[in-house]
Design a protein around this ligand. Structure first.
Ligand code: SF4
Length: 460
C-alpha cells in the first residue's frame, strides 16, 4: 500500500482511495473516501487543500472530519457530552478519565466557516447576535450553539474565566445569556513568584507562585466533583492519575512525531497534517483511544519514510517556526508551495503538548500544567519559549500569523518578532490569515517568499 510520499488534491485522492481499498485497506468505522465530507457535510474547503497520500493521513482526516457525527453517535449511546471552553487541554483530561464521558471544544467551530467556505452562514449569524468582525472567528461558536446543526448540545458546559481574552469572555457571556448555562472556573493570570512566595515549577520551564497553583487546583477539584456527578462515578485520585497517564501517552506520541518530522532534514509529513495531529492533543478529538491509534499510524508512516529517505518536499525548504493556528488551513499548503516547511510550532496550546507530571498528586499536576498555558501568562514568557524552540528545531525564519479580530494580545507579534531577532537574528514577519485567504494569496505570497529568500541568503 506504500507509495512515494506526495500531496494529492481531493480528486486525486479518489483514485488513491480505490487503490488502497484494492490493497486491503482496513478502516475505522468513521472511514471512507475524503470526498464524502464535501458531499455530505459541505466541507467545501477540502476541494482547495492538498493532502498527504498515506493511509495514515486518510485516517487522520476522517477522524477529524467525523467528530460531530461521532459525538452525535456517542450521545445516542447514552454517553455524557462535556463542552470545554477556552482552556485547551485541561478539562478534557479530567472528563476522559471517566467512563462514558466525552469532551469537545465548541471553540473548534471557529474552523467551520473555513471548512464550509462560509456556506454555513455562522459568521453572518453571529453578527445578528451582536458579534461582528471586530471579534475573532471564534464567534462562529455562538451561532453553532444557537442553530444546533454542528455539534450536540453539551450536558455540561465548562469555561475558564479570569486570564481569558476579551473576545472569548464576551462571547461566552453572551452564550450564557442565550440560555446555555455555563460552569465557570477561575484561571488566574500567571505571574512570577515574589521573593517572599513559594515558587512552583511548571511544565515548559515556567514557574508560578504556589498560591496560584493552589487556586487552580481547588477550582479543578470543584470541576472534578461536577464531572463525577454527571458521570455517576467519582473522579478520585486513582481515576485522574490513570487519565493523566493516558493523556501523556498521547503527548508522548506527539512529542515523538514532532521530533521525527521537525527535526529531520527531509519532510516526512506535510505541515497541514502536522497541524491537525497537534490539535488532537487538546481534547483527543472526542476519542482518546482512537487518537492514540491515529497518531501511532502516523508515526509508523513517518518512521518508514525516514528509513527509506523519503520526503514530501525538497530538503532545501526553509525551516519556518509558525506561531498561532491559521484560520484558513490552505495557508499551510501554500507555505510549502512557496518553498518553506514547518520546523516548530506554537499553535497556542503548547501546555497541551507538555507532559503532565506523574510524580505529583494528580490535581496538583494538572493545575501546574494548566497554568503553563501560553495564553494565561505574559507574551514575553511565550516569546522566550518560542526562542528556545526555534533554537532546538534549528528554525531559519519565524511567521507570526495573526487571527483576524483577535484581542488576545495586540502587541504579541511585535514582542515575539523583537525577541526572535535580538536573541537569534532570524528574519520574522507577522501577517494575518482570514478564514478564506484566497483573495490575499498574492500579498501572502510576496511577504512569505521575501521572508524565505532572506532566510536562504543567510545560509551563504
Ligand atoms: S482572541 Fe485569541 S485567545 Fe481569544 S478566542 Fe480568539 S484566538 Fe483565542
Amino acid at each position: 500500500m506504500s507509495a512515494a510520499p506526495r500531496k494529492l488534491t481531493l480528486d486525486e485522492w479518489e483514485g488513491r482511495y480505490a487503490e488502497l481499498r484494492r490493497a486491503g485497506l482496513q478502516e475505522a468505522s468513521y472511514g471512507g473516501p475524503l470526498g464524502r465530507h464535501v458531499l455530505e457535510e459541505r466541507d467545501l474547503r477540502l476541494r482547495h487543500l492538498r493532502f498527504d497520500n498515506s493511509a495514515a493521513a486518510l485516517g487522520l482526516w476522517n477522524f477529524l472530519l467525523s467528530e460531530n457525527e461521532r459525538l452525535a453517535q456517542a450521545r445516542t449511546r447514552g454517553d455524557k457530552i462535556v463542552g470545554a471552553m477556552k482552556d485547551l487541554g485541561t478539562v478534557p483530561v479530567m472528563a476522559c478519565a471517566l467512563r462514558g464521558v466525552r469532551a469537545f471544544y465548541p471553540d473548534g467551530a471557529w474552523w467551520t466557516p473555513c471548512l464550509m467556505e462560509c456556506s454555513d452562514g455562522l459568521l453572518q449569524q453571529a453578527e445578528t447576535l451582536g458579534l461582528d468582525a471586530s471579534f475573532c472567528p471564534v464567534r462562529a461558536m455562538l451561532a453553532a450553539f444557537q442553530n444546533g446543526e454542528h455539534f450536540p448540545r453539551p450536558d455540561l458546559l465548562i469555561c475558564s474565566t479570569g486570564a481569558v481574552c476579551d473576545d472569548f469572555s464576551a462571547i461566552a457571556q453572551r452564550l450564557e445569556k442565550l440560555g446555555f448555562p455555563i460552569e465557570w472556573w477561575e484561571m488566574p493570570r500567571r505571574r512570577a513568584p515574589e521573593p517572599h512566595e513559594t515558587s512552583c515549577a511548571l511544565p515548559g520551564n515556567l514557574s508560578a507562585p504556589q498560591v496560584q497553583v493552589e487556586c487552580v487546583r481547588d477550582e479543578l477539584a470543584r470541576l472534578g466533583k461536577l464531572l463525577g456527578d454527571l458521570a455517576g462515578q467519582a473522579l478520585d485520585s486513582a481515576a485522574l492519575a490513570e487519565g493523566i497517564r493516558q493523556a501523556n501517552r498521547v503527548r508522548r506520541l506527539l512529542a515523538t512525531l514532532r521530533h521525527a518530522v521537525y527535526g529531520s532534514p527531509g519532510v516526512p509529513l506535510p505541515a497541514l497534517e502536522m497541524l491537525i495531529a497537534e490539535m488532537l492533543a487538546i481534547h483527543f478529538c472526542s476519542d482518546r483511544e482512537e487518537t492514540i491509534r491515529v497518531l501511532t499510524g502516523l508515526l509508523a508512516e513517518v518512521r518508514e519514510r525516514l528509513e527509506l529517505g523519503q520526503s514530501v518536499l525538497d530538503e532545501d525548504a526553509v525551516r519556518v517556526f509558525w506561531v498561532n493556528p491559521v484560520a484558513d488551513l490552505r495557508a499551510m499548503n501554500q507555505l510549502e508551495d512557496w518553498g518553506g516547511r514547518i520546523a516548530g510550532s506554537d499553535y497556542m496550546f503548547t501546555h497541551a503538548l507538555d507532559l503532565i507530571p506523574e510524580d505529583l498528586p494528580p490535581l496538583e499536576a494538572l493545575a501546574r500544567t494548566a497554568l503553563a498555558d501560553p495564553m494565561v501568562g505574559s507574551t514575553l514568557d511565550r516569546a522566550r519559549r518560542i526562542v528556545a524552540d526555534c533554537r532546538a528545531w534549528r528554525a531559519e525564519a519565524v511567521v507570526v500569523s495573526r487571527i483576524p479580530g483577535a484581542s488576545h494580545c495586540a502587541q504579541e507579534g511585535t514582542l515575539i518578532r523583537q525577541l526572535v531577532r535580538e536573541e537569534l537574528g532570524l528574519p520574522a514577519i507577522e501577517l494575518e490569515i482570514p478564514p478564506i485567504c484566497d483573495a490575499l494569496l498574492p500579498t501572502l505570497s510576496s511577504r512569505i517568499q521575501a521572508l524565505l529568500e532572506t532566510a536562504r541568503a543567510k545560509r551563504r
